[in-house]
Ligand binder design. Structure first.
Ligand code: GRF
Length: 222
């Protein structure tokens, strides 16, 4: 029973700007999200997201991949840092690194990511330019559980963003990003309320198997 009232604890992994992290912190601050961020860990010591986390009195750490020539060693060190905080969930928010299978397996069902596309479309980088190059009329963002397959894990929730005439990669990215902020908060809300979970086999929503990602209304306030 105690578990039902305990806020979901998070460690957030970033590499740069940290605007999704900031959206999460704002939602917590506004009392809209029953989660607590235990720590923010960055691949870069100069990530601006770290400054925002420090301002919110959250523990911050930087782990430089340059210090770890062997990828597995980096992930082992990262895992050691994360597990020191004993989070319920690890949230990737602009974390620009591919994680090793051992790391991903360790956090199976407890590791989520936000990706700027309507997965399974446009996995990988430069999604906004690729959406334009393909002449897509609809783009968006997804929050998904992380598996060994890049951007390939079960998708919890998505938001659709129309591609407008005259869009550039920058204008499209900006419109998607403002929806990402709402989407990540909504996904965390569902997880914090235990309405969504993934046991590594079947994604569940309200105690039922979820076969299609949930869709967030882009107009709906969080
Ligand atoms: C976002 O577009 C996110 O979807 C992608 O990296 C970007 C990070 O932005 N994975 P920010 O650091 O949260 O501002």
């Amino acid at each position: 029973m105690a578990d039902a009232v305990k806020p979901l604890s998070l460690v957030v992994l970033i590499s740069g700007r940290g605007s999704n992290l900031q959206a999460i912190l704002d939602a917590i601050q506004a009392g809209k999200l029953r989660t607590s961020v235990k720590a923010v860990i960055s691949t870069r010591v100069d990530a601006s997201g770290l400054v925002n986390a420090q301002r919110a009195n959250i523990d911050t750490l930087a782990l430089d991949p340059g210090d770890y020539p062997v990828r597995e060693d980096y992930d082992r060190a990262l895992r050691g840092l994360i597990d020191g905080f004993q989070p319920d969930l690890v949230a990737l928010a602009g974390f620009m690194r591919i994680l090793t299978p051992g790391f991903v397996q360790h956090y199976r069902g407890r590791l989520i990511n936000i990706h700027p596309s309507l997965l399974p479309a446009l996995r990988g980088l430069n999604t906004h330019q690729r959406a334009l190059d393909r002449g897509l009329r609809e783009h968006g963002a997804s929050v998904h559980f992380v598996t060994e397959e890049l951007d390939g894990g079960p998708v919890i929730i998505q938001v659709r963003v129309p591609v407008l005439a005259g869009d550039t990669a920058e204008s499209l990215a900006a419109r998607v990003l403002s929806q990402e902020h709402r989407l990540y908060v909504e996904a965390l809300h569902l997880l914090a309320e235990k309405r969504v979970y993934w046991d590594g086999q079947q994604l569940m929503y309200n105690q039922q198997p979820l076969h299609q990602p949930l869709l967030m209304d882009p107009e709906q306030p969080n």
